[in-house]
Design a protein. Structure first.
Length: 280
């Protein structure tokens, strides 16, 4: 995925965040302390190494309050991320929204890169999940891509993912998959979660029927069972490992031969990258 997102997707998030911060009366501190018409020049600076994501949120936050601001994005610098020259009141009012978004998204990208590096040399790819911050999914999934990960489905409407509760209501794995296959348009993928090798065998039996899913999620499998699953599937279906994944386990999971490892922590537990604003 490109590191550039359309402004059209970012602007609503930025404007909602600014409106939340400005409240009913705007920035009363800036209005009280900063002379009208005063200018401010400052740099957004990375305090720690990381992977940059969300820098356009800085640009859009500042421009929303000062359309005439001059913003110099330093995408290749690594330390100074952007230099801004703007109306001081507007700049200070936009500062926290800009820092919150770029820090959050860069944190997601940085953690993703750490996972991707942990499985280098294997065939496994790191994927995100839908465990995202409400309202920030598109931006957080873009940050995962910036970190070298790949995106799982974006929502409930772009792929069929049959989980354990779907199976329980349908009366079994095979029945749920058959129903999904009959429903799915030709461009829609079908994935099913299995919680043991017995359920995996039921899925494999569907191959001869022409009703097998595209992807099987191996949920909380032991390493031994993951290796067994890879051997039984023998490349006929995409295998995704999920559950119990962290930086201490991801390498061993990748070495079992699975194709994809989905990691909820990429978005629900990523620490914010320390980025600050220094006046110039």
């Amino acid at each position: 995925m490109s590191r550039k997102m359309p402004d059209l997707l970012i602007e609503p998030v930025v404007r909602r965040a600014l409106a939340e911060d400005l409240g009913r009366a705007g920035d009363v501190t800036a209005a009280a302390c900063i002379p009208e018409g005063a200018r401010m020049k400052a740099a957004f600076v990375a305090r720690k190494p990381g992977v940059l994501a969300g820098i356009d949120a800085v640009r859009l936050a500042v421009l929303a309050l000062d359309p005439k601001a001059h913003i110099d994005l330093r995408l290749d610098d690594g330390v100074v991320l952007a230099v801004v020259d703007a109306d001081a009141r507007a700049f200070l009012s936009a500062e926290r929204t800009a820092l919150n978004l770029v820090g959050r998204l860069s944190g997601v990208a940085t953690l993703t890169r750490t996972y991707v590096q942990a499985v280098q040399g294997t065939d496994a790819r790191i994927a995100d999940t839908r465990k995202t911050t409400p309202g920030l999914r598109a931006l957080e999934k873009h940050a995962v891509a910036c970190g070298g990960g790949m995106n799982h489905r974006f929502g409930l409407d772009d792929a069929i993912l049959i989980k354990d509760n779907h199976v329980a209501v349908c009366g079994g794995v095979a029945q749920a998959v058959r129903r999904a296959r009959a429903f799915a348009p030709h461009l829609m993928k079908v994935e099913v979660e299995v919680d043991g090798l017995d359920q995996l065998d039921q899925v494999l039996a569907l191959i001869d029927e022409g009703a097998a899913p595209d992807v099987v999620m191996l949920d909380n499998f032991s390493l031994a069972d993951l290796r067994t699953a890879v051997a039984r599937v023998a490349g006929r279906l995409v295998l995704e490992a999920s559950g119990g994944v962290d930086l201490t386990t991801v390498r061993a999971i990748a070495e079992t031969g699975v194709d994809v490892i989905s990691v909820g922590a990429l978005t629900h537990s990523a620490p914010v990258l320390d980025i600050g604003l220094d006046a110039l």
